[in-house]
Design a binder for this molecule. Structure first.
Ligand SMILES: [Zn+2]
Length: 135
C-alpha cells in the first residue's frame, strides 16, 4: 500500500506567483510550474544559503528528499530562463509553518504565519497581541 506523501514544512508563501518573459504574447508562452515547496527549497538553499542538512530540517524532510526537490526546482527555473518560458508558483504538498510569539506585556503565546500580512497589511513582526493589543 502506498504511503500518502508527507507534507513538507514551508515557512514562506511568495506574494508574486507568476513571472513571464517580456515582449511575448501570452498565447505563445509556455509555462513551467514550481510547487510551493520547490520555491521554499530555492529560498532556503540559494537565498538564505543554508546547508542541505539545515534545509532538510527546516522543511521536515530527509536530505535525499530535499536534494530531489531542490534539483527539480533548479531544472525548471533553468528551463524557463533558457527557453523563455513563464514560471508559475502553484500547488504542491506542504504545510505552512506557524511561528509562535510571546507577548511582552501579557505573556500570551500566539501563532503567526510568516510571509502573510496582518489585517492591516503589517508584516508579521509588527503583529499585535490578540489579547492586550500590545505590539
Ligand atoms: Zn498581550
Amino acid at each position: 500500500m502506498a504511503r500518502p506523501p508527507k507534507e513538507r514544512r514551508v515557512e514562506y508563501i511568495p506574494e508574486i506567483k507568476y513571472f513571464k518573459p517580456a515582449g511575448i504574447p501570452m498565447r505563445d508562452i509556455e509555462e513551467v510550474n514550481l510547487t510551493i515547496e520547490e520555491v521554499e527549497a530555492i529560498r532556503l538553499k540559494d537565498r538564505e544559503g543554508l546547508t542541505q542538512e539545515e534545509c532538510a530540517q527546516r522543511m521536515n524532510v530527509s536530505r535525499p528528499t530535499f536534494q530531489r526537490v531542490l534539483t527539480g526546482a533548479r531544472e525548471k527555473i533553468a528551463e524557463a530562463l533558457i527557453k523563455g518560458k513563464a514560471i508559475r508558483f502553484r500547488g504542491g504538498d506542504y504545510k505552512l509553518a506557524e511561528h509562535y510569539l510571546h507577548c511582552s506585556r501579557c505573556g500570551r503565546k500566539f501563532a503567526v504565519v510568516q510571509g502573510r500580512r496582518g489585517r492591516h497589511g503589517r508584516p508579521f513582526r509588527e503583529i499585535i497581541c490578540p489579547d492586550c493589543a500590545n505590539q
